[in-house]
Every structure is written in C-alpha cells, then in structure tokens.
Design a protein around this ligand. Structure first.
Ligand code: CAA
Length: 268
C-alpha cells in the first residue's frame, strides 16, 4: 500500500480517538462499537498513527488504549474484510497488524490496555502488544482463529507463549475457547482485574502512578525486557548493565537518587 493511500485512509476515518487528559495520561479509543471495534485496515493505520502521535507528544507520559462501548475491547481482526482476501493480501494484512503492534510495543511511553469487554483474536493480540493489561472482571479473552480455519496473525502465537508459556498458548490457540478475565489473570495474560464499575478509575490510577516515575527509566526498562525476550539471558543481562550504567549519565537518575537522600519527591 502506497504512503499516499495510507494517508488518505487515515484522514477520512476517525476510527481512533485521542484525548490527552490531566497528568500526561492519553486515552486512545477504538471507535467502531457497531462492529465490536474489529480491526480493519483503516483502524490499524489510524491506531499506528495515533501511537506515533503519543510517542512524539511532549504532553503525553502514559497511554491508555481501549475500545468504545461497554461490550468489547476489540473482537478481533475484521472478519468481513478478511473474508475475500487472497493469500498475498492476507500476508500484507498480517504484516500491517504486526507492524502496528510492534509500534505500540516500541512506544517510548508505557501503554496500558484497558480491557473493557471481549478481547478476541486480533483484540487479544493488541492487548498483549501493550506493556500492561487491566481487565474488567466481565471481559472474555481468547484466540478463536482456529474456529475460522486460521491461526493468529498479529503476533499472538509469539506473545501469548511469552506471557503465559507454550502450554497455555497451545491450549488457547488450539481450543479457540473464550476464557474468563479471572483465568487470564491467573495465567499471567492480564496484570490486574477490576470490577466493571471501577475499571476506569483503577486503570487511570495505575497510569498516574506510572506518570510519576522516571520516563527515561521506564522507556529503558521496556526496551531491555523486550530485548531479553529476543536474545536470551546473557545478552539480555549485558544490555541491562549497559543501560543501567547509561542512566547514570542522565539528569533523571541524578535527581531521582538525590531526591531519595533528601527525603522528597523527585522534581522531573
Ligand atoms: N469482525 C467483524 N465484525 C465483527 C467481529 C469481527 N471480528 N466481531 C463482531 N463483529 C460484528 C458482528 O458481525 C455484528 O455486526 P452486525 O450487527 O452488523 O451483524 C456486531 O459486531 C455485533 O456482534 P454479534 O452480533 O456477533 O454479537 P454477540 O454478542 O452475539 O457475539 C462475539 C459477540 C462472541 C464477540 C462475536 O461477535 C464473535 O464471535 N466475534 C468474532 C470473534 C472472532 O472470531 N475474532 C477473531 C477474528 S480473526 C483474527 O483476529 C485474525 C487475526 O489474528 C489477525
């Protein structure tokens, strides 16, 4: 797809909204409630664009990503759009989803998925590309692709195995079952559970806590964890030492350490 066509699609479709709230917390909402926020090409392009905006904005410290309405976070890739795809189009679609989710994972600001309902297929893959997940206790999660004769195509085969181990990944993918938020929490797919009526408050509380932490330290931590998953323990630890050392050359750590010894909050 050419850059020109991508740009036109982004301008014509307001399928992702961005609000920047107090304390540097940005809220990105996928606005396709009538299709349970399913991910079509336009939505993936808009999402990628919105994440880049958040990454570049000096006003944003933490991003919360969610779906509109109270029924679904995201119910998967758009099945209507996939129905007539050729194999080559399906590969491009998979690459677009993977690239969008890699952009989220590489975002220098922490990204929290606020899982307000169904997170299925590409929706769960999206939540897993975020750095943290807070789920409503009524949410249902799963990778139902094999029930459609497919496999996950937006990174799910890899990220679920990383988060919960190969045994859980195989069970979820092969069975295509939906799992409760409680089960997802038990196996490590979800970080925190909240009652539906407290989901927003608890997610925003977590976001505000993160916005008070060292921004460069959080960015570096996310990068080192990611790298370790790709290269293994010894190279991961080498990168940990290098990055630990590098932070001492920055004002953020100088101020953080000084503030502790002076019994005050850091002034970042
Ligand atoms: N794609 C496109 N449209 C979708 C959708 C999807 N993934 N999921 C739901 N919708 C649409 C429905 O077609 C329906 O639209 P209409 O009102 O125009 O008919 C609307 O959203 C509401 O959905 P339902 O009527 O089905 O709502 P429900 O409460 O009966 O069921 C549900 C909810 C169990 C989530 C059901 O919608 C469902 O099973 N959705 C599909 C889930 C799925 O299989 N996701 C994986 C997609 S494949 C994938 O993601 C591949 C990949 O990895 C890249």
């Amino acid at each position: 797809m050419t850059e020109e066509i991508e740009q036109e699609l982004i301008e014509e479709n307001e399928v992702v909204s961005l609000e920047i709230l107090d304390d540097g917390v940005a809220r990105l909402t996928i606005e396709r409630e009538s299709a349970l926020n399913a991910l079509n090409v336009e939505t993936l392009l808009s999402l990628r664009d919105a994440i880049i905006d958040c990454a570049e904005s000096e006003d944003v410290k933490v991003v919360i990503l969610t779906g509109s309405g109270d029924k679904a976070f995201v119910a998967g890739a758009d099945i209507a759009e996939m129905k007539d795809m050729t194999p080559l189009e399906a590969r491009d679609f998979s690459h677009l989803g993977q690239d969008t989710f890699a952009t989220i994972e590489a975002c220098p600001k922490p990204v929290i998925a606020m899982v307000n309902g169904f997170a299925l297929g590409g929706g769960l893959e999206l939540a897993m590309a975020c750095h943290l997940r807070v789920a409503s206790s009524k949410a249902k999660l799963g990778l139902p692709e094999t029930s459609l004769g497919l496999i996950p195509g937006f990174g799910g085969t890899q990220r679920l195995a990383q988060l919960a181990g190969a045994g859980v990944a195989r069970e979820w993918i092969l069975s295509a079952d939906m799992f409760s938020a409680e089960e997802a929490h038990r196996v490590g797919v979800v970080n925190r559970l909240a009652d539906p009526e407290n989901l927003e408050a608890e997610t925003f509380e977590l976001a505000r806590t993160l916005s008070s932490r060292g921004a460069l330290a959080m960015k570096t931590a996310n990068e080192v964890v990611r790298l370790g998953l790709e290269v293994g323990q010894s190279e991961g630890e080498a990168s940990e030492s290098d990055n630990f050392a590098l932070l001492f050359s920055n004002e953020e750590a100088r101020e953080g350490l000084k503030a502790f010894t002076e019994k005050r909050k850091p002034n970042w």
